[in-house]
Write a new protein. Structure first.
Length: 137
């Protein structure tokens, strides 16, 4: 090989090594990367869909002169039910405002008069909407 051929070969080898990203070569430059900081956000509040639905089909039957038996349809995600009973057109507080895990409640405190009742379900998310009110005496 001639001197010039050797020099050309060395020059070609040097250029090739510099462009190949090997030792001392720059290769294709890349942008520096920065890590995205991770932050932990607090748990979101429960969604409305977590609340129990309103119990349906609230009914009352008369057992005797002072006893009324209330029944309603259960709600799938209810932990318990609150039944509220009050006199119609009265500013008095509820005569009954109690909870039960059943879908029935017996009230033995009725005296002559007009009343209304409603029931709502509760679970770990809170209280659901009231059932329809029923009126009875």
């Amino acid at each position: 090989m001639t001197r010039y051929a050797c020099a050309a070969a060395l020059l070609a080898a040097a250029i090739g090594a510099g462009c190949s990203g090997g030792e001392g070569g720059a290769g294709t430059p890349t942008a520096p990367t920065t890590a995205t900081p991770t932050t932990s956000s607090p748990n979101p509040p429960p969604t409305q869909s977590c609340l129990p639905a309103a119990p349906g089909n609230l009914k009352v039957t008369v057992s005797n002169t002072s006893t009324r038996v209330f029944t309603w349809s259960g709600v799938s995600n209810a932990q318990d039910y609150f039944i509220q009973i009050a006199r119609v057109n009265s500013s008095d507080p509820y005569l009954v405002n109690t909870n039960t895990s059943q879908t029935t409640y017996t009230w033995a405190g009725a005296s002559p008069g007009n009343y209304w009742a409603r029931v709502y379900a509760r679970n770990s998310c809170g209280s659901g909407p009231n059932s329809d009110q029923i009126f009875f005496n």
